[in-house]
Write a protein that binds this ligand. Structure first.
Ligand code: MG
Length: 203
């Protein structure tokens, strides 16, 4: 399986990192070794001193597809979960300055914790889903899918022009504003519509 991540999909987050609001989705990938499941701890990597959390809704692809048309793209996922796109911001900033790829800052082991998934039929409107992150019991990020620049369907249609999607692939759909640094001993809890679907400790 592969993990595809959308960058800059919420205007307020693009602004907080001084990035332009994109006209087309920006995406990058994480390998399967980045996946962290079952609420296992995240081990703070030795190569960074500024690891940031980015809380994102995650789509689980449930059939193979290529050149998927936007109006039918919702047939390609049944479940939605929540995950953290961990980013070594210090390394990413260096890469950005040089115009180099981001993998060193985004694709490392454990950089994609993902929680339980729920069936999308649970939500009345996929363009109105609230989600949030608490660290040590304090709310750090709150988002709603109505603020996405590119909808789930648009993301799937766009990405599948370039890369075939396969059953089991995950798509991180971008973070709202409020990203920030994490520290060893932090306790993460992530929620969709108030339901806790992911929790883990930083070690
Ligand atoms: Mg992200």
């Amino acid at each position: 399986m592969k993990i595809i991540c959308i960058g800059r999909n919420y205007i307020e987050h693009a602004k907080e990192l001084n990035n332009p609001v994109p006209a087309k989705p920006v995406f990058f990938m994480k390998p399967d070794t980045a996946l962290l499941q079952k609420n296992n701890p995240f081990f703070y990597p030795a190569f960074s001193s500024d690891v940031h959390y980015e809380t994102e809704l995650v789509l689980k692809i449930n059939r193979n597809g290529k050149y998927i048309e936007e109006p039918f793209a919702d047939k390609y996922f049944e479940e939605i979960g929540i995950g953290i796109d961990f980013t070594a911001r210090d390394l990413q900033s260096e890469q950005k300055k040089k115009g180099l790829p981001w993998e060193i800052a985004k694709a490392f082991d454990g950089a994609a914790p993902v929680g339980q998934f729920v069936n999308k039929s649970k939500f009345k409107d996929l363009n109105d889903i609230n989600f949030s992150l608490q660290i040590n019991g304090e709310v750090r990020q709150e988002g709603n899918t109505r603020d996405m620049i590119f909808s789930f369907n648009r993301i799937i249609a766009y990405v599948s022009q370039f890369i075939s999607l396969k059953t089991g692939d995950l798509i991180f759909t971008g973070t709202p504003a409020g990203v920030g640094p994490t520290q060893i001993n932090d306790r993460f809890e992530a929620f969709i519509e108030g339901e806790k679907l992911l929790e883990f400790n930083v070690k």
